[in-house]
Design a protein around this ligand. Structure first.
Ligand code: SF4
Length: 147
């Protein structure tokens, strides 16, 4: 994950205060210049997708959207990039924060692939070549276990 979990410093401190009352933000902030965000256009689109589908119950959803989008820029499974224990934990996070998306991922598609597929379909881009997932040779890539 990038510095401050992909959040601005002020947002990172708000996140800490929200979830870990009593945590002292200053001592956790990295020193020195901050690395630039990778693929900022992708991050922006992913954040917008999650905001459109957020639960609307907590300010934390806004920070979670940025963190999940930052994790999508890394190269492992999304739950690993976010430092979670399993895809199940990530699914729980998505259900809690972005239920509009979670309810659409009915077949437990890998989350990175699912999020990018949503962006493609919103733009009218259909990258799947098979008529259905059941007959697609990429099935294990989209739906397989992530151990
Ligand atoms: S399994 Fe094949 S058809 Fe289904 S989402 Fe993946 S690439 Fe598309």
């Amino acid at each position: 994950m990038p510095d401050w979990l992909g959040l601005a410093a002020a947002a990172f401190c708000c996140l800490l205060a929200h979830h870990f009352s009593g945590a002292v933000c200053g001592s956790l902030l990295p020193q020195g210049p901050r690395a630039s965000v990778e693929r900022p256009d992708d991050v922006h689109e992913l954040v917008r997708l999650m905001w459109r589908n957020r639960a609307g119950k907590s300010a934390s959803e806004v920070w979670m959207a940025r963190m999940v989008a930052a994790g999508c820029m890394a190269s492992d499974h999304l739950w690993q990039d976010l430092g979670l224990w399993s895809r199940k934990d990530l699914t729980a996070l998505m259900r809690r924060n972005f239920p509009g998306l979670a309810t659409r991922n009915v077949r437990d598609m890998k989350w990175k692939r699912f999020l990018y597929k949503q962006l493609c379909e919103a733009e009218g881009i259909y990258i799947c070549r098979a008529p259905s997932c059941e007959v697609c040779t990429y099935y294990p890539v989209c739906f397989g276990p992530e151990d």
